[in-house]
Design a protein around this ligand. Structure first.
Ligand code: ATP
Length: 394
């Protein structure tokens, strides 16, 4: 096991394109760190620099305290798992898993012992004689993992290893890989474009956008304290509602003017976000997660100044919850890259008022067309500076 330290790492391709800029990141010993970001943000480039498959333009890469910038991939003591698994179709499972050990000319008895141990951990004991073509997608994925763990590397590198699996299997493999990583305890760097995968698997998540690291934190911290609009919009499913609001003073406290309606900022929130006072009179982005809305008919004692009137346009009844959509006459804040919106979707969103999606308890009776009152947990509201995109906190 070893930690991996990226210091001021840069990657500029020969055509002058800078794929990774001044990246500082530490993957602690034994940690499962997931790098997530939209397509083309530089995740694979980062992983390939750690693997030694891509030259580092500038900066320093250390594995276990040793600078490895120019070390050949095979000497870095890492194991990689790719999207397509790269299994040898003509070899059986045993030989696929044993491949690197045979290449390293390990004694036959040791190879057998290590492959059997990997097969036991991965529950592949009964598949060792089969060829990859005879296995299910999930089993093939496990063989690819087997090939990585049998080498007992100091670092695992995984590049979108689940993207070829169907949705159900992906969920199952998420849990399997996380469990396996805990069991073997190897420092792991995993890249994906899927924020749910990142949030459910990682000890810490590194969010990257256009080659620039946005935030590195635990999944809960990212969700509850996003540092900027990009992270706020990218992390969370369904995504955060972001719209413009004017900060105003009201009595002793503050209120948000959201189009023609107002939402009070509770005293306790202002204590946690004192910087909001400095934005008095200006327009900011207010972020409200779908979970922070409720059909007001289902709650009692919700403050009158933390409610919105809305007309429901559409609902999705999912059984365990109802997603209700309604429009507000406030300007939406479009985090286009974060949500990977198409040009059409952006144009749509810019034309209309803010389309809000809210999660209601399944007992709600709301129907499309209903005029309702929505309770908003302003306690959990987020605020961002519209110019810098940064969170307004303290
Ligand atoms: P994806 O999941 O789509 O692969 P990614 O975040 O892994 O996205 P990278 O593969 O790291 O992205 O690519 C980052 C950027 O660098 C992209 O804009 C890509 O077009 C560009 N890029 C990648 N390889 C090269 C290359 N050899 N020469 C020039 N540009 C490249």
């Amino acid at each position: 096991m070893a930690d991996v330290v990226l210091e001021e790492l840069n990657k500029e391709y020969s055509n002058g394109f800078r794929a990774v800029s001044d990246l500082n990141l530490q993957i602690n010993e034994g940690e499962f760190l997931v790098m997530v970001g939209p397509s083309g943000c530089g995740k694979s480039t980062t992983l390939r620099m750690i693997a030694g498959l891509e030259d580092i333009t500038s900066g320093e890469l250390r594995i276990g305290g040793r600078v490895v910038n120019t070390l050949a991939p095979k000497d870095r003591d890492i194991a990689m798992v790719f999207q397509n698994y790269a299994l040898y179709p003509h070899m059986n499972v045993f030989d696929n898993i044993a491949f690197s050990l045979k290449l390293a000319q390990r004694p036959r008895a040791e190879i057998k012992e290590r492959v059997n141990e990997a097969a036991r951990i991965l529950e592949l004991e009964n598949q060792l004689d089969k060829r990859p073509g005879q296995l299910s997608g999930g089993q093939r994925q496990r063989v690819a993992m087997g090939r990585a763990i049998v080498r007992r590397p100091r670092v695992f590198l995984l590049d979108e290893p689940l993207s070829n699996l169907d949705a159900k299997l992906r969920v199952q493999m998420r849990a399997e890989i996380t469990e396996l990583q805990r069991q073997v305890g190897v420092t792991t760097f995993y890249v994906t474009h899927d924020q749910v995968e990142a949030m459910t698997m990682a000890d810490r998540v590194a969010v990257i956008h256009q080659g620039i690291l946005q935030q590195v934190d635990s999944p809960m911290k990212l969700f509850n304290e996003p540092d900027n609009i990009f992270v706020a919009a990218f992390i969370g499913s369904p995504s955060m509602n972001l719209m413009e609001a004017v900060v105003q003073r009201r009595d002793s406290g503050l209120t948000m003017q959201l189009g023609s309606q107002q939402l009070a900022v509770p005293e306790s929130l202002l204590t946690r976000r004192p910087a909001l006072e400095g934005h008095l009179g200006s327009t900011v982005a207010v972020g409200l997660r779908p979970k922070d809305f409720e059909d007001a008919a289902l709650v009692t004692d919700h403050p009158a100044d933390q409610r919105l009137r809305a007309q429901v346009t559409h609902i999705e009844a999912l059984g365990y919850e109802v997603i209700a959509y309604f429009d507000l006459d406030a300007k939406p804040v479009i985090a286009r890259e974060a949500l990977e919106l198409t040009e059409d979707q952006v144009a749509d969103a810019e034309r209309s008022s803010a389309r809000v999606h809210a999660r209601f308890r399944p007992t709600t009776a709301v129907r499309p067309g209903d005029s309702i009152e929505v309770a908003v947990s302003m306690e959990n509201a987020h605020f961002f500076d519209l110019e810098t995109g940064l969170a307004i906190r303290d």
